[in-house]
Design a protein around this ligand. Structure first.
Ligand code: PLP
Length: 429
């Protein structure tokens, strides 16, 4: 257990923390869903981030520009549609620790990972395995298995899954190191998460990349739960590629446009890829030549002209990240999550067990929790919390995930979670 002498399970203390929070004004920029005449205690921004108030207006502006300008909006909209991707690129690059040329906003997450695997998973008879983790998000497992089959190999022997080896179901670096030492010569690609969706474990991307590269493997990361959550440094980590969605911590709305990262060292490499006209150099794109002239960097993976109505909310959301600063957000996040963990460990240790690692650099905002009394009790607690307006989410078979996000959650929210869980415990004792 971690010791925090200054934490206190007292509503007045939590309110004072919130009043002193330099980021407290950001909460007012979000629409918090209502509950029983008040607001929900929304601890599920890891699944779907809340709507920034500014989103409605940016969408109305795009609709108005379309009405007013028709096709001329491509060049003359207030935010011209033709180069619109550039309006979000630098902000995204800052959040994931990348150079602008390494980042593009396009498509959805699973689509981006498939497109990146087309370029970065180049299997040979001797080296065609993909290394993932045992309880990977189903879409990640699906995309890896189907890529293996697409190339004529068999996932039964080519999809390697590292087993969790730590108490909470998390993975040690030693386990990853061992898998790479044992199978590295037949692994073409290592595809791991930045933050694991089920356990909330954050991985050391630089260390994994180094191990993978030492074995001659490509290293790619799914940063769905990492982007806007932890202090990503994709460029410095040296990984070959990454992708993420923007509807979780990035608050860009359901099904929002996703992001992709291709390391700068591949910016001008002539990698095989699935091509489309939007991946061409901006300067020559409209010359309608027969040959594909790839734009340097991640933009060269674009296929189509971008969906403006899916990009606009991301632009509004990134303004808030700009205002907050990723570093300040992360500082608040560490303290907020440490407070929630401390509350659970000091008030509910007989009832709840935290699976997520305790070390601040091994987790983001999210805590994954098991109810000691088992799955049915877990489901009962979850239903009780939801009925009382305390929102987390439930992942089969028996995990409740809660994420105090630093953008809009408060110390008071953390305390409310624990007080509500204690009320449930009193009823079920
Ligand atoms: C959220 C999430 C997804 C979702 O994929 P979409 O293509 O956006 O539907 C995939 N993988 C991981 C690890 C996720 O956390």
């Amino acid at each position: 257990m971690m010791h925090h002498d200054d934490f206190c399970a007292d509503p007045a203390w939590a309110r004072a923390q919130d009043a002193a929070d330099p980021l407290r004004a950001l909460r007012g920029e979000f629409l918090i869903p209502p509950h029983a005449g008040g607001e929900q205690t929304y601890l599920v921004g890891n699944s779907l981030g809340l709507e920034p108030r500014g989103v409605r207006q940016v969408l109305i502006d795009e609709l108005d520009d379309w009405a007013r300008l028709g096709v001329e909006g491509h060049l003359h909209a207030r935010h011209p549609w033709l180069p619109y991707q550039r309006e979000v690129r630098d902000g995204l690059a800052e959040i994931v620790g990348a150079e602008p040329v390494e980042v593009v906003a396009m498509n959805s997450l699973t689509t981006n990972l498939h497109l990146l695997l087309v370029s970065f998973y180049r299997p040979t008879p001797a080296r065609h395995a993909i290394l993932i983790e045992r309880h990977a998000f189903p879409s990640d497992r699906d995309l890896a298995a189907s890529q293996i089959r697409f190339h004529g190999f068999d996932p039964a022997q080519a999809l390697l899954e590292v087993d969790p080896d730590e108490a909470g179901g998390t993975l040690s670096m030693a386990a990853i190191e061992h898998a790479l030492a044992e199978h590295g010569q037949r692994i073409a690609l290592v595809l791991l998460p930045g933050v694991q969706y089920l356990t909330g474990q954050a991985f050391d991307l630089a260390a994994i990349t180094e191990l993978a590269h030492a074995q001659g493997c490509v290293a790619g990361f799914d940063c769905a739960h990492a982007a806007g959550n932890i202090d990503l440094r994709l460029h410095a980590a040296g990984c070959d590629f990454a992708a993420w969605c923007s509807y979780k911590y990035l608050n860009a709305g359901p099904g929002a446009i996703a992001g992709a990262f291709v390391h700068a060292r591949h910016a001008r490499a002539r990698l095989p890829r699935f091509e489309g006209w939007w991946g061409r150099n901006q300067a020559t794109r409209f010359q309608m030549r027969p040959e594909f002239d790839a734009a340097p960097g991640a933009e060269g993976w674009q296929l189509s002209n971008p969906p403006i109505l899916a990009l606009a909310p991301l632009r509004a959301s990134l303004e808030l990240f700009q205002r907050a600063g990723m570093q300040r957000l992360r500082e608040k996040s560490k303290r907020l999550t440490a407070y929630l963990a401390w509350l659970i460990e000091t008030q509910l240790a007989d009832t709840l067990e935290i699976m997520t690692p305790a070390a601040p650099d091994r987790r983001g905002a999210q805590l994954s929790i098991r109810v000691r009394a088992g799955r049915d009790a877990g489901q009962s607690l979850f239903d009780y919390m939801t009925a009382h307006g305390v929102l987390g989410d439930w992942r089969e078979p028996d995990v409740m995930r809660i994420a105090p996000t630093p953008m809009y959650n408060t110390f008071a929210d953390c305390l409310r979670y624990v007080e509500t869980a204690k009320a449930w415990r009193r009823q079920h004792a």
